[in-house]
Design a protein around this ligand. Structure first.
Ligand code: GDP
Ligand code: MG
Length: 187
């Protein structure tokens, strides 16, 4: 297990999968990426670090997936993410914050931008992050999130980057769906 990273670097991957994290500033995209790729959490804003992407390998049945996960590095504050960011994206994790109604309302704007810039076949998943918060601080219910995802016909998870809830599940689900899609396209 300890030298797995080294082996991974030398071996061939069955699929290289480019994933994007999209959503309003402050919803927890960078924290989700940090949780998933390094299993850690930092309570302070880390947008300024300007992470471009992280690599994570994910075994899936008899395959090896190499996930290349891109973070917006703060660009989303201006609500325009360059076309280059979307280029080649195979999956998008569209994130809102369950304590922030505006970030939920903005999901439809992000969806519109995705439709304009991303490939038509891109796999999308909706994520309501910060589900660990005190119920009194919640502004978007689980049901509202589910309903919106149903309207878009995409999968949905409530997550917590802080408490490590459903983070692996969300990334795994989108990566597996992409791998299945690619295998079907090839056949
Ligand atoms: P980004 O702008 O979407 O990349 O958001 P960040 O990852 O920088 O997070 C914004 C703020 O939300 C930070 O203060 C984080 O500590 C906080 N945050 C992120 N994820 C969670 C979470 O799952 N639960 C809680 N309670 N706070 C979170
Ligand atoms: Mg960020």
């Amino acid at each position: 297990m300890a030298n797995r990273g080294k082996q991974g670097a030398q071996s061939k991957y069955d699929h290289l999968i480019k994933l994007l994290l999209i959503g309003d500033s402050g919803v927890g995209k960078s924290c989700l990426l940090l949780r998933y790729s390094e299993d850690s959490f930092t309570p302070s804003f880390i947008t300024t670090i300007g992470i471009d992407f992280k690599i994570k390998s994910l075994p899936l049945e008899d395959k090896k997936l190499k996930l290349q996960i891109w973070d917006t590095a703060g660009q989303e504050r201006f609500r325009t993410i360059t076309t280059a960011y979307y280029r080649g994206a195979m999956g998008i994790l569209l994130v809102y914050d369950v304590t922030d109604e505006r970030s939920f309302a903005n999901v439809k704007n992000w969806m519109r931008q995705i439709e304009q810039h991303a490939s038509e076949s891109v796999n999308k998943i909706l994520i309501g992050n910060k589900c660990d918060v005190d119920p009194a601080d919640r502004r978007v219910s689980l049901e509202q999130g589910r309903k919106l995802a149903e309207e878009y016909r995409i999968k949905f998870f409530e997550t917590s980057a802080k408490e490590n809830v459903n983070v692996d599940e969300a990334f795994y689900t989108v990566a597996r769906d992409i791998a299945l899609r690619i295998d079907n396209e090839v056949d």
